[in-house]
Design a protein around this ligand. Structure first.
Ligand code: PLP
Length: 388
């Protein structure tokens, strides 16, 4: 297996050499007297990535899913009601987590390829005059379908219906890659993961928590232990963790935020946008269609692409790996076998994206897809040359 190829999956993403080196360190006692001087500025800088001054951002050793669970157990009680939509594998995951914790979920089913149904949310919230709904759960970037939901518009809908529910955002495949503004959008819980926009190994769930969410936590009765926000905040105040800190990943996070700051967050967002546009040019040149239905809401971090009728996307992804040692995302859930995904989140450049487009084009040709070899590459080249 040739290890040097980039991956084109929407997490774990490509890890820049700079970050791999940053993580390769001898042990450092997380209770050492000089740890807080390193850790406090890191927490502050992390807040600037989430664009929050009023809230906190907590770091839990876990994959992103742990951050989703932490958000639920720290703010809700058994029997509470929440509002969510099911429009892909990850929005569905929020719903499953809630159900396992005896939360009643009002689910709006949406066709996969659509975003969260903001108008329907507004209607449901407006009719909930008793304010039984305690939280609205949204996945900013639905990684299974490659569709983004406009979080500001969800906030506006909640404000118009004067509803006090918490706004909870799964931003795992969005935060640090696409625009996210925790305070401005009134987001109460925001979850990110180290292996996507932060370009690191899997293992940190980053959870933004508003003051309103912390206040809700005081009444929340779900049992919690490892993921307790209060324990974490108390330990963070003195510059430490309530348990052993995942120090190597935290070194990586420090360097990752340095990289994001050096490039500039706006430039990072712009790069993701451009790379995604180039990939979409290729998709169009192949004569294929994206899973996302509304071009204004196409994901900037992953493209989910339908294979032509009569083809199976699992076969495509498998051959890409076996023959060319390159990973692409499989279709998940309802679109398994029908879409493949090109992940372009985190460390991705024009040159890398072109290699991903070129390679999957070869695989499609190997499998007799009705595409013209080189057509997608040429379309993306044209776009990248013009927009560089
Ligand atoms: C990757 C991802 C997750 C988290 O998955 P983990 O495997 O637990 O890290 C959650 N939500 C979305 C939208 C994702 O893309």
């Amino acid at each position: 297996m040739l290890q040097q190829n980039p991956v084109f999956i929407p997490g774990p993403t490509n890890i820049p050499d700079r970050l791999r080196r940053a993580m390769d360190q001898a042990s450092w006692d997380h209770r050492a007297p000089d740890f807080p001087a390193f850790f406090h500025p890191l927490l502050d800088d992390l807040k600037s990535v989430f664009k929050t001054q009023m809230g906190e951002v907590l770091i839990f050793p876990s994959s992103g899913t742990g951050g989703l669970e932490a958000s639920i157990v720290n703010t809700l009680s058994p029997g509470d009601k929440v509002l969510a939509a099911s429009y892909g594998m990850f929005s569905q995951r929020w719903i499953e987590i809630c159900r396992r914790f005896q939360i009643e979920v009002e689910v709006i089913d949406v066709e996969w390829g659509e975003a969260a149904p903001v108008d329907q949310f507004e209607r449901v919230l407006a009719s909930d005059s008793q304010h039984e709904i305690k939280a609205v759960l949204v996945t900013q970037n639905e990684t299974a379908t490659g569709v983004e939901t406009n979080i500001a518009s969800v906030r506006e809908a909640m404000n118009r219906s004067n509803h006090p529910a918490l706004l909870c955002v799964d931003g795992v495949s969005a935060i640090a890659s696409v625009d996210f503004r925790m305070d401005e959008w009134g987001v109460d819980l925001a979850v990110a993961g180290s292996q996507k926009g932060f370009m690191l190994n899997t293992g940190l769930a980053l959870v933004g928590v508003s003051q309103k969410a912390l206040a809700a936590g005081k009444q929340a009765k779900l049992p919690r232990c490892y993921f307790d926000f209060v324990d974490m905040i108390a330990a963070n105040k003195v510059g430490s963790f309530p348990f052993t800190a995942p120090v190597s990943l935290i070194y990586g996070l420090r360097e990752s935020i340095n990289m994001l700051q050096e490039e500039g967050l706006d430039n990072v967002f712009e790069r993701h946008q451009r790379i995604a546009q180039g990939v979409r040019q290729a998709v169009e040149a192949w004569g294929l269609t994206l899973c996302g239905k509304n071009p204004a809401l196409y994901s900037k971090t992953v493209s989910a692409i339908y294979v032509p009728d009569g083809f199976n996307s699992d076969t495509l992804v498998e051959l890409a790996y076996k023959k060319y040692s390159v990973s692409y995302g499989l279709g998940l859930g309802k679109v398994a076998g029908r879409v493949f995904r090109i992940g372009h989140v985190g460390m991705m450049t024009d040159a890398m994206a072109l290699s991903g487009i070129a390679t999957i084009e070869m695989v499609m040709k190997d499998l007799d897809y009705p595409i013209e070899l080189g057509s997608g590459v040429a379309a993306a080249q044209k776009f990248y040359r013009q927009s560089a």
